[in-house]
Design a protein around this ligand. Structure first.
Ligand SMILES: Cc1cc2nc3c(=O)[nH]c(=O)nc-3n(C[C@H](O)[C@H](O)[C@H](O)COP(=O)(O)O)c2cc1C
Length: 216
């Protein structure tokens, strides 16, 4: 029995596979509406599409653009600084559920971040899932770790600052950490969670905040 030959496509850092000849036209709308707050893009021009590329750390633009096609929710992770007890926050979209039993969740902290040391040392932290009306919080904690001005925070029994108004909140004890290249994967055991009032989630995709169309 013979099988049809298969073409093997090797990833390259330069264009070797031409774009598909068949145009599929515009795809279906994802139904995500950008709200106008956009993060800086790596470059002005969109990378060429339809190429078969290998990630290139010297020019991460195309790779980051590809990753940005994956829409995520947005969270703010809070903890208290180990020495001073000062409240800290960081905007994070790497949050994921790992295990239901036991209840484990993860997020990844960039090793280049000045916040990395504090969050990787924290014995407890809280993850706040943001609603569509909370892009200001996401921007606030992407710019400054310690800007809690005007926010009414509570402290949980572990001394972790809790923000009001999240769609959902997961209070965690630090369980394990794993090195993941230029990030540290931080796994927490959820000891308490809170369901906020039902509302549309904040969405992050292609470098922009948005929400599902129809959630207005
Ligand atoms: C939507 C969004 C998602 C982010 N996700 C992460 C993340 O998962 N992990 C991380 O370490 N930083 C993440 N960041 C970056 C941090 O929020 C923050 O901007 C960065 O730590 C700033 O650098 P600094 O800590 O050195 O001040 C994200 C930022 C935005 C706007």
């Amino acid at each position: 029995m013979s099988f049809p030959a298969r073409r093997r496509i090797e990833p390259e850092s330069a264009a070797i596979v031409p774009p598909p000849l068949v145009s599929r036209g515009p795809g279906p709308s994802l139904g995500v509406q950008a709200k106008g707050e956009s993060m800086p893009q790596a470059g002005k021009h969109l990378p060429q599409t339809g190429l078969n590329l290998a990630p290139d750390p010297a020019d991460p633009r195309a790779y980051r653009t590809a990753l940005g096609r994956f829409a995520t929710g947005v969270t703010v992770v809070t903890a208290s600084e180990a020495d001073s007890g000062k409240p800290l926050g960081i905007t994070v979209n790497s949050f994921a559920s790992v295990s239901l039993d036991p209840a484990l969740v993860l997020w990844s902290a960039a090793r280049t971040s000045i916040r990395h040391a504090h969050f990787s040392l924290a014995s407890a932290f809280a993850i706040h899932v943001l609603g569509a009306g909370q892009a200001d919080l996401a921007l606030r904690f992407s710019r400054s770790a310690a800007n809690f001005d005007g926010l009414e925070i509570d402290l949980n029994p572990q001394g972790v600052p809790l923000l009001p108004g999240a769609l959902a909140r997961f209070e965690c004890l630090a369980e394990t950490q794993h090195e993941g290249g230029d990030h540290t994967i931080i796994i927490g055991r959820v000891v308490r969670f809170t369901l906020g009032a039902p509302a549309a989630p904040l969405v992050f995709a292609q470098g922009r905040f948005g929400h599902f169309a129809g959630d207005d």
